[in-house]
Write a protein that binds this ligand. Structure first.
Ligand SMILES: O=C1O[C@H](COP(=O)(O)O)[C@@H](O)[C@H](O)[C@H]1O
Length: 241
């Protein structure tokens, strides 16, 4: 695991954007395409805007295939949709071919949407190339990542796949890649900034293992690499750096 800690949010975003483009260019040079699972929530929008504005001509975007690590169970036009956020920040400005974008079909019931998304992913990958070149992740202040929330059944999935998750406190469903699927990725990158994340960062990276309380501890690539990109505010409570 590599921890990259920067002075401020802008430096974190610049470093992760450069990492994204490097990993993508390497994949494209090796096999002609690059697959990425995007994160949602509040943190990555600025990353996507930066990629669209500063890296338009530094990557062959027509060779990139976009998936979503998780999605809110809302229409694709809803303000909370991860797809809508990525569309506005990244896909539209870069004129990404819709055939290269794989949103979760949230018009289905959550369980069906999860099963269908798992099929979409399985159909995309050849048998000899099982998983994503890059999975982007965030970290919630309750230590969730993707939509692997504390004390939810998905934390006990043992086979790679996609599951629906019910959040009783919000009375909503989400759809999420499970940890075994995420952990098959060749590269995993966490984007975390702001003092509000400091406690969660400490729990996930330095506390004893407790995957029910701190689900992001489940993220551990099988053969790939994992890097954290964070600012000093988010890293403030780490003791071993
Ligand atoms: O990986 C992810 O993490 C977030 C938590 O991030 P935040 O920036 O909203 O605090 C999660 O909710 C999001 O959907 C996911 O992709």
């Amino acid at each position: 695991m590599e921890l990259n800690i920067f002075n401020n949010e802008n430096e974190v975003l610049a470093a992760l954007a450069a990492h994204f483009v490097k990993v993508a260019n390497e994949a494209i040079a090796a096999k002609g395409k690059f697959s990425v699972a995007l994160s949602g929530g509040s943190s990555p929008k600025k990353l996507y805007e930066l990629l669209a504005s500063d890296y338009e001509d530094k990557l062959e975007w027509d060779k990139v295939y976009f998936f979503f690590g998780d999605e809110r169970n809302v229409p694709q036009t809803d303000k909370d949709s991860n797809y809508l956020m990525a569309k506005n920040a990244l896909f539209a400005p870069l004129l990404i071919d819709p055939d290269h974008i794989f949103p979760v079909d949230t018009s289905l019931e959550p369980k069906e949407a999860a099963a269908k998304y798992q099929e979409v992913i399985e159909d995309f990958f050849d048998e000899d190339e099982l998983s994503f070149d890059l999975v982007l992740l965030g970290l919630g202040d309750n230590s969730h990542t993707a939509s692997l929330f504390p004390f939810t059944p998905v934390l006990h999935d043992r086979l790679p796949g996609v599951s629906e998750v019910f959040l009783p406190d919000q009375n909503v469903y989400r759809i999420t890649m499970n940890a075994p699927l995420i952990n098959e990725a060749k590269q995993i990158a966490f984007l975390v900034y702001g003092e509000g994340k400091a406690v969660a960062v400490h729990h996930v990276l330095e506390d004893d293992e407790d995957i029910e309380e701190y689900p992001a501890q489940l993220i551990e690539p099988i053969v790939g690499e994992i890097e954290w990109f964070m600012d000093i505010a988010a890293a403030a409570l780490l003791e071993n750096i």
